[in-house]
Design a protein around this ligand. Structure first.
Ligand code: FEO
Length: 168
């Protein structure tokens, strides 16, 4: 059985994961509006990943005798100054997510809730990958200074990303 505090924190995070997905879908729409369909594809796969992160929390709440509660999702931004600015926003956002996961982990440790610690380990590892993949794209964008040719190549590369739900 989850403590009320951990149940609430996981619920808040589940809703934050949905919000994260919403931001990435908005970034995808921004990139589609620029005809950068590969960049948009990358963002839309990210949107699916975030919904998977939320769904995993939903299932965990149920498994541990809790209940998922959905809240209102704030509207994401519509536009960014540039593609690089959108990815920089994505990195800042992922750093916030990492901090939030760490906060839940700290409470689970304090409460000796080993099951939640084990559950959250998946997210700790996932956040390392999430931050690294966004950072790698920012580095490429900086290197090419968002030049036409470089953008064309990177757009093709990011267009190949697909979503595969990890085993639960
Ligand atoms: Fe679910 Fe990108 O953090």
């Amino acid at each position: 059985m989850l403590s009320k505090k951990v149940e609430k924190m996981i619920n808040d995070q589940m809703n934050f994961e949905i919000y994260s997905g919403y931001i990435y879908l908005a970034m995808g729409a921004y990139m589609d509006s620029l005809d950068l369909t590969g960049f948009a594809n990358w963002m839309k796969v990210q949107w699916q990943e975030e919904f998977f992160h939320a769904q995993k929390m939903y299932n965990y709440l149920l498994e541990r005798g809790g209940r998922p509660f959905l809240t209102e999702v704030p509207a994401p931004p519509k536009d960014w100054k540039s593609v690089k600015a959108a990815f920089e926003h994505a990195l800042e956002h992922e750093q916030i997510v990492t901090g939030r996961i760490n906060d839940i982990m700290n409470v689970a440790i304090k409460e000796n809730d080993h099951a939640t610690r084990s559950f959250l380990n998946w997210y700790v590892d996932e956040q390392v990958e999430e931050e690294a993949s966004v950072d790698a794209i920012i580095k490429k964008l900086k290197l090419m200074k968002e030049s036409g040719h470089g953008m064309y190549i990177l757009d093709k590369e990011l267009g190949a990303r697909t979503f595969t739900a990890p085993a639960e």
